[in-house]
Design a binder for this molecule. Sequence first.
Ligand code: IVH
Length: 671
Amino acid sequence: MIEARIKELRRLIQVHNYRYYILDDPELSDAAYDHLMRELQLLEAQYPELITENSPTQRVGTAALSAFASVQHEMPMLSLSNAFSEAELQAFDQRLHDRLKLDEASEIEYIAEPKLDGLAVSLLYRQGQLAQAATRGDGTTGENVTQNIRTIAAIPLLLLGKDYPDVLEVRGEVIMPTAGFDAFNAQARAADQRTFVNPRNAAAGSLRQLDARVTAKRPLDMYCYAVGKVEGDAIAVTQSETLSKLRAWGLPINPKTKVVQGLHACLDYYQSISQQREKLPYDIDGIVYKVNHLAAQQQLGSVSRAPRWAIAHKFPAQEEMSRILSVDFQVGRTGAITPVARLEPTFVGGVTVSNATLHNMDEVERKDIHIGDTVIIRRAGDVIPEVVRVIIADRLANAEKVNIPATCPICDAEILRQEGEAIARCSGGLNCSAQVKQAIKHFASRKAMDIIGLGDKLVELLFDHDLVSNIADLYQLKAADIAALPRMGEKSSTNLLNAIEVSKKTQLHRFIYALGIREVGEATAKALAKRFTDLNDLIETTPEILQEIDDIGPIVAQRVYQFFQQASSQESIRELIAQGIHWSVIEANAIQKDEELPLANHRYVLTGKLSQFTRAEAKSQLEKLGAKVSASLSKKTTALIAGEKAGSKLKKAQALNLTVLDEAALYTLLH
Ligand code: IVH
C-alpha cells in the first residue's frame, strides 16, 4: 500500500518533470508539484528502506568527493570543424556532394541546431536508469560527474516509456542560461564573491564541483544532441528521428532544432537564429549542421577528431581584447553625458570597432576603467559595443583615471547630476547644439518620421551650415541650398526633399515618438496614440489621466505632461502641422499588428538597379507593409525583385523557379 503510493508519487513527479522541462507545457502549478514532492519526502523519511537511488528526492548526495574518477569514452567524443563564412560553408556542402556523388541540383538534407556555449557531457543509461555521467575531457578520457549531473532537474534519472535500448549513451551540452548566470553573478557581487566571466565558464565551473551540493544550487540546464554507444535495437535511420526518440524518452532536446533541405536553407536558418540570438535564453556561438541520414553519415566517416558529415558555422566572435586610447564625453538628446572609450581599432562581432560606450560614471568606477587599460570589449548583434572588463594585470604604470568634466564639452553649460541618478546632464537645453542635433536625428530616424537618407552625417552637415536649427526647419529646406553643400549634388538634394515630403504623411504614434519626449519610447508613443486619437486632447491632458493608461507610471506621466505644457513644445508642434505633417485618425485608432499587415509573411529579395527608388527605400516601404526583405534567396522567398542589370541572383531565382518581379510590379505592390 505505502510502497504503491511511493511508486505512484515517483511516477507522477517524473511525468510532471517531463511536461515541465521537456515539453515546456506544465500541467501542475508549482505548489501542487511541491506538494507531491513533499509527500514523497515524508513517506521516504518514514520508510527509509523504500528509498531507491533514482527516486526524484535523491538528486543531491551528501558528501563531497576528493577527486573525480576518470571515465574512458568507448566511442570518442568528437569535436567539430568550423566554417567562418558562407563561402566555407558552401565548400563543405560541395565536398559532401563530391563524396556522396550527388549532382549539383540535388540538395542534401541537414539537421540544423544552435551551437550551445557550454560543456559537452555524456550520459549513460542502463535499463533506462541514469548510471553514469562524464565530461568530454580530451574526447577519450573524461571525468565522472554523475553526482553533479543528477542535480540538474532537466535531466531524467529514469527514462520514460519502454522502447529504449538496454544501454543508451546520450551526448549533449550542459549550459547555464543567461538569466541564471546574471542572477548568480549579481548575488556573488553583492556578497563580494568571485563572479564568472561568461555563462560557459559558469557552467563548467559549476559542474566540476567536488561537492554536488554546490552544483545543485547552480542554475544548470542541458540539451542533448547525439547518441554515443547503443546496445539493443537501432534507434532510427535519421538524426532527426533519433532526437525525437530521445525527447519521447524524456531527454531535453533544443526546440530550435530543424531539418532543412540544402545549403540555402542552412543559410536562412543561420540568418534567422542570428536575429533571435540576443533573445535566446542561453548563449550560442554558431550553428551546427549535420547530415540528417545516418547511412550518409556512415559513408562519410570522420577525419582525425571531427566527423566529415557535420560542421559548426561560427558567428563572428563577440568579445575581443583592445586598448583604451582615450575617453570622450558625448552629449545626448536629453543632455545625458555619456563617457565613450576610443579604442585601438579591433575586429569584433563582424565589424571593426573603435568606440565603445562606458554608459555612465558609475559604470566607469565599477569596472575601474583607466585610460591606457587593456580591456575586453563586446559587440553583440546590433547592440552598441561596450567594455566588459579591464585586464587589471596588464595595467600600465601611467594609466590615467577617468574624470567627468565640470562643463559641457559642446556648449560649456554646467554639467549637473541629480541626487541618486547615475546620469549626469548638460544643463544647456536647446542652447546646446549637441542636444539640438540629436533631437533632429531622432526626429528623422526610422521608427520616428522615417526620413530616408537623413542620417547622422547629413544632419550634422545641415546644422553646421545653418540650414536647420530645429526640427521644423527641415520642412523649409530649399533644393539649391542643399545641393550647394559639400559632397551633395542636385540628385541627392532632390532625394532628400522627396523623402522629407513623403514623411509628412505619417502616423500619430510616430509623430509623438519623433518629438523626443524624455521616457517616451516607441511602445509608450503607441499607447498614447491609442488613448488620444486627437493630438489636442493629449496636449491638454493631465498627469492623472495619463496614469490611467497601462504601463504609464507617475514619472512618465509627469514627463509627458511637462513636455506638452511647455510653450516651446506647443509652438514646435503647431509649426510642424502648419508645414503639412498629417496622419489619418483611422490609422491612429487601429495600430495594426505586424501579422495583419498586407504583406505579412511575404519574403522578398532585392537585386539590380531600381530607377524610382533606392534599394533602402524599396526595402523600407516593403517592410512597412509587413514584408521581410532578406539578402539571400531560398525556397521560402515570395519573389525576387530584379531591377536593371540583375546578375547571379536572377539566374539563381530562375533555377529555383521563383517568381521574379520587375520595378513596375514592385510599384504596383506598394500602391
Ligand atoms: S555535435 C559529432 N551539436 O561543440 C558531433 N556539438 O566544437 C559532436 N556543441 O564538443 C558535436 N552545441 O561541446 C554538437 N548542437 C550541437 C552543439 C555541439 C554545442 C559543442 C560540443 C562539441 C563542440 C565542438
